[in-house]
Design a protein around this ligand. Structure first.
Ligand code: DQA
Length: 153
């Protein structure tokens, strides 16, 4: 018997490939590779299959979200700068029937004015902002809890 694990797409947006070297006073010292490693480790415990993707391109992000409409149980996304202005990413997320959790490493509400508004936040299930790499792990945990009915909202 094959044990098919629910798939969770994790999308990291522009410049997040530079984590670890990029403004460490804002985003910390943890690399994207390390964040993905922690996610994969936690997913194994939760019996989920995490598929991480990083892109610096808006169209690639839109297409990845569109593909996730079938075959995925949830999406974790840090749209990075696109959060603040991409209606294309927002519309793609709005079309997805599975739970989407938006994550930001920094607290966008405590930063520059232009970062305080997310155009994508209103169409996702929930947002985690300011908790650093833990935000991704908490998002994964939340999706697992929603899937097994422990958190029904
Ligand atoms: C970010 C916050 C955004 O404002 C910024 O453009 C990023 C990263 C975060 O994770 O804190 O690239 O999404």
């Amino acid at each position: 018997m094959t044990d098919v694990q629910p798939r969770i797409l994790v999308i990291h947006g522009p410049n997040l490939n530079l984590l670890g070297q990029r403004e460490p006073h804002v985003y910390g010292a943890t690399t994207l590779e390390e964040i993905n490693r922690r996610l994969l480790e936690k997913a194994e415990r939760l019996k989920l299959a995490v598929e991480p993707l990083q892109t610096n391109h808006e169209g690639v992000m839109v297409e990845a979200i569109q593909k996730a409409v079938t075959g995925y149980a949830g999406i974790i996304i840090n749209p990075a700068a696109f959060s603040h202005y991409s209606i294309a990413v927002r519309d793609a997320l709005a079309a997805v029937p599975v739970p989407v959790i938006e994550v930001h490493l920094s607290n966008i509400h405590g930063r520059e004015e232009f970062r305080r508004h997310s155009v994508t936040a209103p169409v996702v299930k929930g947002c985690i902002t300011g908790l650093g790499p833990s935000g991704y792990l908490l998002a994964l945990e939340a999706i697992a809890r929603m899937m097994d009915g422990r958190d029904s909202i």
